[in-house]
Design a protein around this ligand. Structure first.
Ligand SMILES: [Zn+2]
Ligand SMILES: [Zn+2]
Length: 555
């Protein structure tokens, strides 16, 4: 009994990341209080990650929230720190499993509403819109949105107070003292929170490998305004569709020299609509549709396009291939990549840049001029936040393992003594300190495949990946009542080099011929024998083993 008492964590405040610690994307962080078998949970963010080359046909990856869903009456709510896909994009997919209120800012609520509508959930999800800087209570958690600066409207850090301790969950942030839109970072409030005492800072790690301080949006704006003012032909700017500051900057640069703004791409039009519904871009004037592009002289146009990450169906990819139905660029025109290429998208982005080069169009990227600044803190900004908050302990989040490790080392170097590197699916005791890894919970990833959510491990993407390397062979066999072949073997290949069919058909015939007739009655056994020998024959002739499917029909 003593031993049980020793490990009784019923008074602990715990932290369970289900995504976001070990990858950039798929953010999903849970905070829990109460006894281990009856904890109240708060979920902070519920985002997606984009599928990789190794996951063919998978556009979106979700965190597996089955552990929380299995006890959903104990989930008090989901709080969204901001409207980026990696923080909000999974809500419409996973809410049916979780069925709890969702708390977010007015702008995030606008973005979320579009997604819920697409999913047919707009009347079902209780979305509780919280004003910026407001305090609210969710179950046993006393919460407060604290405004920060980032690369989308209305980003907040979240102050989480419980009987057991106080956590500042940073969300995504940078220190921008001259943002283009919004109320800026609430430095005064963060200092007050630090004065009152912070047990744990759970903090963005994305840019910890970079020294110094990120440039401000105002510096980016000045550069873009200068480039647009000097341009002679058409100017196109591509950026993240959700980057309202950058949209505002582009509009200002256009208006300053009498250019009309043409928006190309649905995602960006949606963002503009959501932003206007919240009072942003109210002085931006009219945005023209792509159909109006053809009526304007080159020096009167500024195009705002989606597709800065090389997405093949997005506006800029189609314009660069000269395949867009309404918009085309010509020699002497200019494209600004006002973005950073997210690791993994380099090939797609360089394909677009090569296509633009073929069209003799000038391209300016962040390597050439200050046309982009990241929304995440570099070391100088992290140091500043630590000095305001003076947390007793720190947990790095929002990073790949290398970012988390570097952030942990950096925080220790800055004098924070209690630092722990988290892992998805581990439960960490935050308070009372010190930080400790106390338990594990089931976790994982789910694939969005078309309209369905499917498992990753034995799901369709794995089989598709295999097919993409080796192709497939389909073998159709018809046997009569005496177990003899009643017709020629039907053999179809897909994704194999030409000329292998005869060898493969012969291998299938031999496999049947060498099986004693009584054993041919066991269809599964016979199919397996055929499959193995067709694969072996392919390997002999070709050096690769295709996927082989055998179907046997009995007359
Ligand atoms: Zn973000
Ligand atoms: Zn993020």
């Amino acid at each position: 009994m003593n031993a049980k008492k020793k490990f009784d964590h019923s008074n602990d405040l715990v932290f369970l990341p289900l995504g976001g610690t070990g990858e950039i994307g798929m953010n999903c962080y849970c905070y829990g209080v109460g006894p281990a078998d009856d904890r109240s949970w708060l979920m902070v963010d519920l985002g997606v990650k984009f599928g990789e080359d190794t996951e063919p046909g998978i556009d979106v990856v979700l965190p597996d929230v089955g552990f929380i869903a299995s006890d959903r009456r104990n989930l008090a709510g989901i709080v969204l720190t901001h409207a980026h896909e990696d923080h909000l994009g999974a809500v419409a997919w996973l809410w049916p499993q979780l069925q709890c209120p969702v708390y977010c800012s007015p702008f995030a609520a606008q973005i979320l509403a579009l997604k819920l509508k697409e999913a047919g959930l707009d009347d079902e999800v209780p979305v509780k819109v919280q004003a910026l800087g407001s305090k609210f209570k969710v179950g046993p958690f006393d919460l407060e949105f604290v405004s920060v600066t980032h690369s989308i409207p209305e980003p907040s850090a979240l102050l989480i107070k419980t009987k057991q301790g106080t956590v500042l969950h940073s969300g995504d942030w940078k220190i921008d003292r001259s943002p283009v839109l919004g109320r800026g970072m609430d430095e005064a409030r963060l200092r007050q929170i630090g004065d009152a005492g912070v047990d744990v800072l759970v903090c963005d790690s994305t840019n910890v490998l970079r020294e110094g301080h990120s440039p401000s949006e105002a510096d980016v704006a000045a550069t873009i305004e200068r480039i647009v003012a000097e341009a002679k032909g058409r100017v196109a700017i591509t950026t993240f569709a959700s980057h309202v500051d950058r949209i505002a900057t582009s509009v200002r640069a256009a208006r300053a020299v009498g250019r009309e703004v043409v928006v190309v791409g649905r995602a960006m039009r949606n963002t503009i609509e959501a932003a206007r519904a919240c009072g942003y871009l109210s002085d931006a004037g009219r945005f023209l549709d792509e159909e109006e592009f053809g009526y304007l002289p080159p020096d009167k146009i500024l195009l705002l396009c989606t597709g800065s990450q090389g997405e093949p169906r997005a506006a800029i990819a189609r314009i660069a291939e000269d395949q867009h139905p309404h918009v085309s660029l010509e020699p002497g025109d200019l494209l600004i990549f006002s973005s950073r290429t997210i690791p993994g998208n380099e090939k797609e982005v360089s394909r677009i840049q090569n296509n633009l080069a073929r069209l003799d169009i000038d391209v300016i990227t962040a390597d050439d001029a200050l046309v982009h600044s990241s929304g995440h803190p570099r070391q100088g900004e992290l140091r500043e936040l630590y000095s305001w908050l003076r947390p007793a302990a720190l947990i790095p989040m929002h990073g790949e393992p290398r970012h988390l490790r570097a952030h942990a080392n950096f925080a220790r170097d800055c004098g924070i003594r209690d630092v722990l590197i988290p892992r998805d699916g581990h439960i960490f005791k935050l308070a009372p300190g010190p930080l400790r890894d106390v338990d594990e919970a089931p976790f994982g990833r789910l694939h969005v495949d078309g309209r369905l959510i499917v498992p990753v491990d034995d799901g369709p993407a794995r089989q598709r990946r295999k097919l993409s390397f080796v192709g497939a062979v389909f073998v159709g066999v018809v046997l009569n009542a005496k177990q003899d072949l009643a017709a020629d073997i039907d053999l179809i290949t897909d994704g194999l080099p030409m000329g292998l069919e005869d060898d493969l058909r012969e291998a299938a015939e031999n496999a049947i011929g060498s099986s004693p007739k009584p054993r041919r009655k066991d269809r599964n056994q016979l199919a397996e024998t055929i499959r193995v020998s067709v694969r072996r024959a392919a390997d002999m002739a070709w050096g690769k083993k295709p996927v082989v499917k055998v179907s046997i029909t009995q007359l």
